[in-house]
Design a protein around this ligand. Structure first.
Ligand code: AMP
Length: 280
C-alpha cells in the first residue's frame, strides 16, 4: 500500500492504473477509522479493481474550533486498517497542501446544503462540497463510497456530482452499528461510559418510530414527537428530528414508505447524528 501526501503522485498512480484498464473506487474519510469506514473500503474492493482512500480532517467543514481540535487522530492505526481492507493508495495530505496560501474558492451547495445539518453547522456543507470536489478532481474515481449514517451528506455529494458534471458514481453503504444499535462514529470515543449508555437513546428512538410506522402511524409530527421524547428522557439535548422525503429532505407531514427520519442530538457536548428509512 502506498501513502502519499502529494496530489501529483496520486494522480499519476491512478492514471497508470487506468491505462491498465482498472476501475477505481474511492473512500474519502477524516481518519479515526472504525468498522464503518472499513465496510466502505471492502465494498469498494468488491466492486472496483483498485481502491483509493483519503484521510484528511477538513478544517473547512468544522464550524466549531473545539470540535476540530478534539477530533481524534490515529494515523498509524488508520493506515493499518486501510492496508487490511485492501486499499492500494492512501492520500493523506496536510492542510497546507489542501489549502495553500492564497486559496480562496468554495463550492457552495444551495437548499440541500443549508437545511438541518447545514443550518446547525454554518458552512459545513460548503466545506464538505469543496473538499469532495477537490478530492474527486485529484482521484477521478469511477465510484465513490459514502455511508448512509451521513444521509444529508450523500444528497449534497449527489447534488455536486450532477450539477458540476463530475464523472463519478456515488454508492451509499448502510450504517454499521454497535451491538446495542449506536451508529459507529469517530466521535463516539469522546463519550464517557455514562454518556455512551445514554447515546443509545438515539437508535432506540429510531427503532421506536419504525415500530410506530409499522403499526400504521403516519403523522410525521407524532413520530417526531415520540423520538424527541425518548431522547429527552435519556438526558440528550435534541437539535432536530425530521421526517422528510429521502430524495430532497423536504418535510413530509404524512410519512410514507421510503421517507427518512433524521436525528441530531447532543450527548455531553458530543453531537451525534443518525437516521432510518421508514418501512424498510
Ligand atoms: P468521516 O470520516 O466521518 O468523514 O466518514 C467517512 C465516511 O464514512 C462517510 O461517507 C461516512 O458516512 C462513512 N461512515 C461513518 N460512519 C459510518 C458508519 N457507522 N457506517 C457506515 N459508514 C459510515
Amino acid at each position: 500500500m502506498i501513502t502519499s501526501h502529494l496530489p501529483i503522485e496520486v494522480r499519476s498512480f491512478v492514471e497508470s492504473a487506468r491505462r491498465e484498464g482498472k476501475s477505481v473506487g474511492f473512500v474519502p474519510t477524516m481518519g479515526a477509522l472504525h468498522a464503518g469506514h472499513r465496510t466502505l473500503m471492502e465494498r469498494a474492493g468488491e466492486e472496483c479493481d483498485l481502491v483509493v482512500a483519503s484521510i484528511f480532517v477538513n478544517p473547512m467543514q468544522f464550524d466549531n474550533q473545539e470540535d476540530l481540535d478534539s477530533y481524534p487522530s490515529t494515523l498509524d492505526s488508520d493506515l493499518r486498517t486501510c492496508r487490511e481492507a485492501g486499499v492500494a493508495l492512501v492520500y493523506a495530505p496536510n492542510a497546507s497542501t489542501m489549502y495553500p496560501a492564497g486559496f480562496d474558492s468554495r463550492v457552495v451547495v444551495g437548499r440541500i446544503g443549508s437545511i438541518l445539518e447545514g443550518r446547525s453547522r454554518a458552512g459545513h456543507y460548503d466545506g464538505v462540497a469543496t473538499v469532495v470536489t477537490k478530492l474527486f478532481n485529484i482521484v477521478v474515481p469511477d465510484v465513490a463510497y459514502f455511508g448512509q449514517k451521513d444521509f444529508q451528506q450523500t444528497l449534497v455529494v449527489n447534488r455536486i456530482v450532477t450539477d458540476l458534471d463530475l464523472p463519478t458514481v456515488i454508492r451509499v453503504v448502510p450504517t454499521v452499528r454497535e451491538s446495542d444499535g449506536l451508529a459507529l462514529s469517530s466521535r463516539n470515543v469522546r463519550l464517557d461510559p455514562t454518556a455512551r449508555q445514554r447515546a443509545v437513546a438515539i437508535p432506540r428512538a429510531l427503532t421506536e418510530v419504525a415500530g410506530m410506522f409499522g403499526r400504521g402511524e403516519r403523522e410525521a409530527s407524532k413520530l417526531e414527537a415520540r423520538a424527541s421524547e425518548i431522547m429527552v428522557e435519556a438526558g440528550l439535548s435534541v437539535d432536530y428530528v425530521s421526517v422528510a422525503h429521502s430524495g430532497d429532505l423536504r418535510p413530509t407531514p404524512i410519512a410514507a414508505v421510503g421517507d427518512v427520519i433524521l436525528i441530531a442530538a447532543i450527548v455531553d457536548e458530543v453531537r451525534l447524528i443518525d437516521n432510518a428509512i421508514l418501512g424498510r
